[in-house]
Design a protein around this ligand. Sequence first.
Ligand SMILES: *[C@@H]1O[C@H](CO)[C@@H](O)[C@H](O)[C@H]1NC(C)=O
Ligand SMILES: *[C@@H]1O[C@H](CO)[C@@H](O)[C@H](O)[C@H]1NC(C)=O
Ligand SMILES: *[C@@H]1O[C@H](CO)[C@@H](O)[C@H](O)[C@H]1NC(C)=O
Length: 456
Amino acid sequence: MASSHQILLLLTYGLLFMSTILVTCIDAATSIGAGSVPKRLVRKLIHRNSVKSPMYNSVHTDFDRAKFAFEDSISRVAMIEAKMVSCKGNMSCSDKIQANLHAKAWVGVFFVEFYIKDLSHRMLAVMDTGSPLLWVHCIPCPNCAQASTRIYDPSTSSTYTNISCRSKYCQALRQNSCDQRGNCKYELHYEGAHPTEGMLATESFIFDTSDDGLLTVPHLVFGCSHVSDEKPDAVMGVLGLSSNKVSLATRLGNKFSYCVGGIKDPSYEYNQLILGEGAILEGDSTPLEIYNGFYYVTMEGISLGGAMLDIEQNTFQRTDSGQGGVMIDSGGELSFLVQRAYEELADAIMNMLDLNSWFKSELYFSKLCFEGNVTRDIKGFPSVTFHFSGGAEMGLEAESLFSQSTTTTFCMTILQADYGQPSLIGVGAQQYHNVGYDISGKKLYLRRMDCELLDE
Ligand SMILES: *[C@@H]1O[C@H](CO)[C@@H](O)[C@H](O)[C@H]1NC(C)=O
Ligand SMILES: *[C@@H]1O[C@H](CO)[C@@H](O)[C@H](O)[C@H]1NC(C)=O
Ligand SMILES: *[C@@H]1O[C@H](CO)[C@@H](O)[C@H](O)[C@H]1NC(C)=O
């Protein structure tokens, strides 16, 4: 039975949460004597191919990495589609996902480091703006025997608290249930993603701040995963930044931003995520809509080298039944455009590049591959710009638009979305931009930026 004591505690957490954060910030800043500049909750984003990533492998070639980016982006789409279908409770839709796309589970693009409970539990989790929940592997963990990092054990933590089934946090999760004691259990099972199940709970999390300090955020809601088919190694969970009552983004002040610099250079170290008050909401903005837990924007057109392509605006609209639309995503590298827009863009690009260099791709998902070297052969290739309502823009230079797939070939990193799927703006397209999410103000801020400048 959930004690009234527990419920009271939860209520108190709910009501006092924001002031707790505030007090924690002030305390921390005061203790370090950093003056009046508020600390930012900044996390370096570790690209999966970065030298800092546990997935880094120095023998991997450009081709290996490009192939992985293509495959993982496809898994990502399968996952999104499955989630949208499950949202509607229409399982027959899932037939559309081709069987061969399931071969691999989605990995994600960026990892974020933080600590749970204390500094002896370092965590690396996948950043995902399409997931509602922060979850990590917990003991008991059936597949954790060979994990290289220390796994968090809730039974030894005095700051761990199960959340009651009756709490609003439990009810905010679509797939929840109660154990015999009235504690909330969660489940997340999506196509193309590792399933996770466990207890919905609260615990202290520790994040680094912009001034090399540490900020403890007490009583953060998270999923303590006890069931997963994944063998966790160094990557221990998912940092969900979608918007609902349990999401970290919502609980840390309804805003966050990330800056994506380079993703091709394994030594680049300025990609970063800022949570809460210090989030950078700068540049032009466009309305941000949250639908089925995903972030959508209103695209109005695409231009190549300053000339608008002939695509009707309604091509990008989401239908009443939820098909189409344009999603901004952080979980996949490649972008996808609905057929009409894709064809128009592909034609325009084919017209600009030497058709003789076109070849049938080994990266079976991309239809547009060419002989050559991105950095050398298409210098000055006109940029492709996505235009959003309200005037915000996202410009893709050659390095964002094409990816070197072998030593002698490169492919376009925008693919065609399947019928009914949304267009998807992947991380590759967001390179060299700061992207700010103002959830309560329902605005997305885009600014071209050198992320290195944020690092002072
Ligand atoms: C469910 O999916 C099927 C197949 O895609 C479709 O024909 C049907 O209209 C959908 N039903 C609902 C209620 O969305
Ligand atoms: C949380 O719930 C689980 C599952 O019922 C239980 O095993 C565990 O002892 C609980 N932990 C606390 C601190 O109440
Ligand atoms: C592409 O060209 C650049 C600049 O000339 C060179 O540094 C790079 O090694 C080339 N890449 C490949 C895969 O040959």
